[in-house]
Ligand binder design. Sequence first.
Ligand code: CA
Length: 242
Amino acid sequence: MNLPADNPPSPARILIVEDESRLARLLADYLEAAGYATHCLEDGREVAGWVKARKPDLVVLDLMLPGRDGLEICKEIRTFSLVPILMATARAEEIDRLLGLELGADDYLCKPYSPREVVARVKAILRRARPDSVMAEVAGPLQLDPDAFKVMAGDRSIELTAVEFQLFATLFQSPGRIFSRARLMDNIYADQRIVSDRTIDSHIKKLRRKLADILPGLELIHSVYGAGYRYEPVPREPGGPE
Ligand code: CA
């Protein structure tokens, strides 16, 4: 039996932690228009307790807050909850440092951001967070052959260059995790030679084109604006073959 269309599941609840109240209100309006329920907090000291008591589905967390900063809050939340955290910072250059600290945030936003961008990120994170969805397929249907620099999907395969393979293997082994360009370069160029960010971008471009040969129409390597790249496994069809 189909559920009536006017009886949707209860909306996901988003906690917005932002001390610029106009921005918080704007964000809440956009998220509510997209069908989410929201709650706003301004003081960093209230956040961890609220999350523990109310168990939101996602937290948009500003880095600079009165009372307590987003870094400490994120770390504390991770001691008791895996709720997705989308961290916002006004300093793009701060993101590399945050990634290095491995706080457990799920994504990062650069301020000023457009509320539409936030809604898109929230949707993407919640889709990933659903256990029956993308993240269930941790390894994906892909197999890697490190001796031949080959990637296989079923009976199709592609050969990569050594650099492309190293790049892909790094992303593939940590699905969902964002790698900055600097981190990817460190992994690939052990001799520390100076390469520009554009080098990584151009390898990623070639890699995407090759992957499209064996898995057409699927976006496996995602660009994260202002942050870097991440791999997302191929979604498994509900009820499809293992
Ligand atoms: Ca702030």
